[in-house]
Ligand binder design. Sequence first.
Ligand SMILES: Cc1ncc(COP(=O)(O)O)c(C=O)c1O
Length: 420
Amino acid sequence: MKETDMRTCVNRPPEDGLRSRPDKRDYHTMDDESWAVHGGNRVDDTTGAIRTPIVMANSYRLPPDPTSLDDSDPDALVYTRESGANQLGLQTKLAMIEHGEAAAVFATGMAALHAAFLTLLNPGDHAVVSDVAYARVWGLFHSLLPKKLGIEVDFVDITDLDAVRAAVRTNTRLIHTEAIANPDLRVAEIAALAQLAHAGGALLTVDSTFTPPPMLRPLDLGADLVIHSLTKYINGHGDAMGGAVIGARSLIDQIKAGPMHHVGGAIAPLNAWLIMRGSVTLPLRLRRHCDNALAIATFLAQDPRIAHVAYPGLPGDPQHARAAAQFHGGYGGVVSFAVAGEHQDRVRFVNDLRLITSAVSLGHDETLLAYEQYPEARAAAFAAPFRDHGLIRLAAGLESPDDLVADLDAALTTVYGPAC
Ligand SMILES: Cc1ncc(COP(=O)(O)O)c(C=O)c1O
């Protein structure tokens, strides 16, 4: 694995390098928890600070001969839309934790996804896309990419490999999926999809926002690019927004030289720094998110007031076998469920929760829950109870599982009466 070495990217050496310490750590021999703490961080050359400072500068001093700048180096520190000290540290860390050669970081997950798609697809190209995906990705492939850029799109059930195979055409350049799909939590089989893509001359991009490392590493399974909304688990604290694309250096360099440089979408240095800090505890937090989600899903699955539960960690869930074959250490922090009865009852249930907050997003320290009734076009691929009763997506936080279950039980009891 190649990793960006920040010291080679800085245009001029520090004048006071006395306190700098060469980085002798061999990340290749370390476990996930150690990478999460140390990856991408460096002792500051100037001050000796043991954390990379927040570098709030939108441009960097040019070398003595400005014409000597290497235009082909997309990480050269010149202008913060294209590169910056905090971005470089975060890119280094993300490449390490996802086992990629290089990473590009953006202001949001959508900026990262859009930059990857713009790089890989040209007018007249065809993409095979999961028919269940995050709303804005679904919208991007339903409207902007076909209507503005002439990209042809087929939506398929990504868990049906025969359907995916049948959808691939001679002009297919991309298969795109989420490892766990938002919001119905179907699980994609990454290695099989990578084989299908490559056999058809296409690339596989995997949005792994719901399955960050060490839970899943799509690149190890053959995916070409892995994409994250850093806003979620990798940051983990519900404050900063960010996005990343990780993969082979040749592809990442194209993404940087193309959409990142020409369209923008740069992450702010403060947000890169916050995400870097949040990611330090990712392996620890992820275990707790997964354990809490399993406890909640187990409670909901045995409760007669609940019409349907989707969670890949439940042994009876149709996604369980695929999830167990690919995921490490848990099944993710999101549980989707449906409550029968009237719409107004479900609204009361959501508003009767005391600990759990009604809000979109996921991967935060606090548990969030969002009740939505999806338009027919989007819900067509969902299980019938989600079409009939709407879908409640619960993103388990880090609280006590007993308190979370008690909160759900109390709100259900207020609206529907006790469970038995
Ligand atoms: C699976 C998935 N991918 C991408 C995004 C977009 O990320 P962002 O909100 O950081 O743009 C989201 C947002 O919820 C998501 O759930």
